[in-house]
Design a protein around this ligand. Structure first.
Ligand code: HEC
Ligand code: HEC
Length: 284
């Protein structure tokens, strides 16, 4: 190549290998030279404008005074400017009024999602979809009530439903009858002996209602809706009846404790969470 494109008149360094392999002194291509100079000029200008060179006591600050913390503060200030009016409104309004204002409710959802993820999701699931032993918040079925006020109450004071154990009061056969009766309620299938116990000696009706539809004042769930707080198999239902819920001194009892958040969250946070939870599920 060298031989053909550069006749013997091309300038060289005088070095020759293998008889005819010469080292030429052609300048590099123009684009390369331009790029080379542009890059060091850029570095020098950048170093003048922005913080860059280390010195004995720190670093050069740059003539335009840019700092990354300054840029961060500026974007936070911009964000606060957008948030401010929303936050002020939320502070003044009741949860029900926030829910009625679509824009405010959307803002609330967005701003409290992370808090829900930190404080509530470990038990209730990231989208409020529940976990074994922890109630679903993203449906229309409520133990204590799905109005904004009831949800606030649940968050502020916590909840701890109580159902007495029945294992020592009834025979195995009676527990089976009760469980069969309860399991059939959703399909309108009553079990005669079970029904007698449910509405009589078992006193189940006192909390769950004669019709089995529950009582939100007690957190006693509706037993006719196919939604099960705990294991909803025949065996699981029998277990709940036998050992109760949060029954003191009964190791097999179902545990259901919702901690109180009154001391851990401020009023606005609780309000926002109630709005968020209501919008996940909502209703009564
Ligand atoms: C340690 C687990 C745990 C954490 C954390 C937790 N919960 Fe609960 N939550 C429960 C349990 C258990 C219940 C059901 C209590 C019962 O059955 O009596 C419950 C019940 C509720 C209820 C009532 C549901 C109904 O059907 O009436 C609401 C509302 C609720 N939680 C919201 C929240 C919110 C909001 C947070 C976050 C601030 C939260 N929970 C954090 C365990 C938890
Ligand atoms: C003192 C009130 C009370 C009495 C009496 C009572 N329960 Fe309950 N029961 C509850 C409460 C409260 C819960 C839910 C606890 C929770 O979720 O925190 C519950 C839960 C249940 C569950 C679990 C429901 C689910 O969704 O997993 C079943 C089943 C049940 N009860 C059946 C009965 C039967 C049958 C009787 C009568 C032998 C009875 N209960 C008596 C209060 C009561």
């Amino acid at each position: 190549m060298t031989d053909e494109t550069n006749a013997y008149d091309a300038a060289d360094t005088g070095h020759v290998w293998d008889d005819n392999l010469r080292e030429l002194t052609n300048p590099p291509p123009r684009w390369w030279t331009i790029a080379f100079h542009a890059s060091w000029i850029f570095v020098v200008i950048y170093g003048i404008l922005y913080p860059m060179w280390p010195t004995f006591s720190g670093y050069t600050k740059g003539v335009i005074g840019w700092t990354s913390i300054g840029e961060y503060k500026e974007s936070v200030a911009q964000l606060e400017e957008i948030r401010g009016p929303f936050e002020a409104k939320i502070a003044q309004l009741e949860p029900a009024a926030i829910l009625a204002d679509r824009e405010l409710a959307n803002y609330t959802d967005a701003s409290v999602k992370v808090l829900f993820g930190d404080r509530c999701a470990p038990c209730h699931g990231a989208g409020g979809q529940g976990n074994p032993g922890y109630p679903v918040l993203a449906d229309d079925v409520w133990l204590y009530g799905g109005t904004a006020d009831k949800i606030v109450e649940s968050i502020v004071n916590g909840r701890q439903g109580m159902m007495p154990p029945h294992a020592s009061r009834f025979s195995d056969q009676q527990l089976d009858d009760l469980a069969t009766h309860v399991a059939g309620l959703a399909d309108g299938k009553e079990h005669e002996a079970g029904k007698v116990l449910y509405t009589g000696a078992g006193a189940c009706f006192a909390c769950h209602g004669m019709d089995g539809k529950g009582n939100q004042a007690l957190g006693a769930p509706n037993l006719t809706d196919r939604v099960w707080r705990f294991d909803g198999s025949l065996e699981g239902i029998r277990h709940t009846i036998a050992y109760g819920v949060n029954a003191p001194g009964v190791p097999e009892t179902r545990n259901a404790v919702m901690p109180a958040f009154a001391d851990q969250l401020d009023e606005t946070e609780i309000k926002k969470l109630a709005v968020y939870v209501h919008r996940l599920g909502g209703g009564q």
